[in-house]
Ligand binder design. Structure first.
Ligand SMILES: N[C@@H](CC=O)C(=O)O
Length: 297
């Protein structure tokens, strides 16, 4: 039995069903500087290429690393793209206190449609309750590979009225992904795949929408899988899934945190962002030849 969902959260859940949200990069220079005009033009291009919604300041967008001022600018510019905007909130590093509540308040003031609540140390249920009571924005819970959430905690989060859905981004744990999707659907919330390396499988396991970093570039590759699945085009689904798997295998691989830089290279190669704004100063150093290998995929 699930707790009744709040009407705002139910509205977002229904609006996002079947949709593809691109977990957008925050285009940056090598020093981390963000040019908001470049960011806006990138967000618009993602939408023109097939993204139904934008998830900004999420893991791909390096939200936890960015200042309040840059975060506000990114949200404002993303809203101009005319699709639902989901904002990553919180995700404090161990040496910091949580910014989740403040981030969520700002997202609400700037007109965001929902927040994606990063996992943080401590009581995750209380974190979601605090975010909801401060901002009143529908929440998407986040089971992220860097800090996976125990199923009993997920169950409690999913019974909060402000939770519209749950995104799994476990990347390699198929059993946990299946369990999380089942828990989410049992709670009548939206099961959102963030499984770049198990994308097609996660749809077959019951995911009802997608929010993925692999759609930070080459959006059409991910959109094709979603559309073929929804259109019952099983042969098309198989072909599109194989293509997406090749892209994800080249980008979402060890060191996993290097995926942001790899997607930035792709975004630059496609003309979504200028080369000089295709940097991830927060990720690991990548070996020589990695860029060429990614672009070849
Ligand atoms: N979990 C990532 C996206 C991965 O697909 C994010 O939050 O950006």
């Amino acid at each position: 039995m699930s707790t009744p969902i709040d009407a705002r959260a139910a509205g977002l859940r229904d609006r996002l069903r079947g949709s593809l949200a691109a977990a957008a990069l925050t285009p940056m220079g090598p020093d981390g500087a963000v040019d908001l005009d470049v960011a806006e033009s990138y967000f618009r291009r993602l939408v023109a290429s097939g993204a139904d919604a934008l998830a900004v300041l999420a893991h791909t967008g390096r939200g936890p690393f960015l200042s309040a001022q840059v975060r506000a600018g990114v949200i404002t510019r993303a809203r101009r793209a005319g699709v639902p905007v989901i904002v990553g909130v919180g995700g404090a590093r161990p040496e910091q206190g949580s910014n989740a509540v403040e981030d969520a308040r700002t997202a609400a003031e700037l007109g965001a449609d929902a927040v994606l609540v990063f996992p943080e140390p401590g009581d995750r249920v209380a974190l979601h309750e605090a975010v909801w009571s401060a901002a009143g924005l529908p929440m998407i819970a986040f089971d992220l590979y860097t800090n996976p959430c125990p199923p009993d905690t997920l169950h409690r989060i999913l019974s909060l009225p402000g939770v519209a859905g749950l995104k799994t981004a476990l990347l390699s744990d198929a059993m946990a992904c299946q369990e999380t999707i089942a828990l989410t659907r049992d709670a009548d919330r939206l099961a959102i795949t963030g499984e770049d390396r198990m994308f097609a499988a996660s749809l077959l396991w019951g995911a009802q929408a997608a929010l993925v970093g692999v759609a930070a570039a080459s959006v059409g590759t991910t959109a094709a899988v979603m559309r073929a699945y929804e259109g019952d085009d099983l042969r098309g689904f198989e072909k599109a899934a194989a293509r997406l798997d090749r892209l994800a295998a080249a980008t979402f691989t060890a060191p996993m945190e290097g995926y942001v830089q790899r997607m930035a290279w792709l975004a630059a190669a496609e003309g979504l962002v200028p080369e000089e704004h295709a940097h991830d100063p927060y990720g690991p150093a990548l070996p020589d030849g990695e860029r060429a290998r990614v672009l070849a995929a």
